[in-house]
Design a protein around this ligand. Sequence first.
Ligand code: NAP
Length: 262
Amino acid sequence: MSWMRPLGGTGTDVSAIGLGTVKLGRNSGVKYPQGFELPNDHQARQLLDQTKDLGINLLDTAPAYGSSEERLGGLLRGDRNDWVIVSKVGEEFSEGRSRYEFSPEHTRFSVERSLGRLRCEHIDVVLIHSNGDDMEILQHYGTLDALAELKQRGLIGSYGMSVKTLSGGLEAAKCCDVLMVTYNPTQQEQEPVLQACHKHTTGVLIKKALSSGHLNPAVPDPVQASMNLSLGNDATSAVVVGTLSESHLRSNVAAARKALEY
Ligand SMILES: NC(=O)c1ccc[n+]([C@@H]2O[C@H](COP(=O)([O-])OP(=O)(O)OC[C@H]3O[C@@H](n4cnc5c(N)ncnc54)[C@H](OP(=O)(O)O)[C@@H]3O)[C@@H](O)[C@H]2O)c1
């Protein structure tokens, strides 16, 4: 299987690994095993340079990731077109707390704010950042219609949802361009969602592939095991891994490339 792969039926190709950028902008209210400092601009620049050198073209961000969007906007100046950028709508994080807003008005406001923060005229993919009420959001808030209108206006390329429930994932697979799904050796409840995405040619971005850093010490090579699982599934477009570590990034890419050999 190849390193560059179609993101469902969007017409966009993404690398098998994407870089998650929570850790570029937020270090409170997160569930990683260890605390960490946000990188300075020089360190963040180096991480992005290395990301590109490793053949990665996919970056995942969100308004809820603190200063992540704004920092990417500054760091990517001049080479925006080299990247496929995924952002989100619906979750806001401030003063240490998340709040959720899925109305069409907020959706339009949020995407326009993301465009400003990212300093670009187009975001490749925008996902609804679910609070867990996936079905309610899909059926009653008008968020998808607002995203469809933003796509029509050319402000975003495609849209979908970062899902949290099985029923929501199965529903979203039918009406979205792209889903973000949790999938790792200890959390495989969303497997039917991956199958549904494959059937509907919906793009799949895997989140928490490394269990947000809570890797199983009893497994000899847990990173390889995770990549084999995620990239061994035909539905997967890319695995979005969050890291600030250049050596972890290199190992993740090596493990992904090895997984793709089989
Ligand atoms: N939409 C949503 O609701 C949602 C929710 C969660 C995540 N996401 C997206 O998905 C991305 C990934 O999720 P995630 O960050 O929660 O989990 P993850 O990618 O499974 O794990 C990231 C954690 O694993 C560590 N790590 C990375 N590579 C490693 C390696 N080779 N060996 C050991 N540890 C390693 C990282 O620490 P180091 O910095 O030390 O490498 C980090 O603490 C996020 O960045 C975000 O973009 C979306």
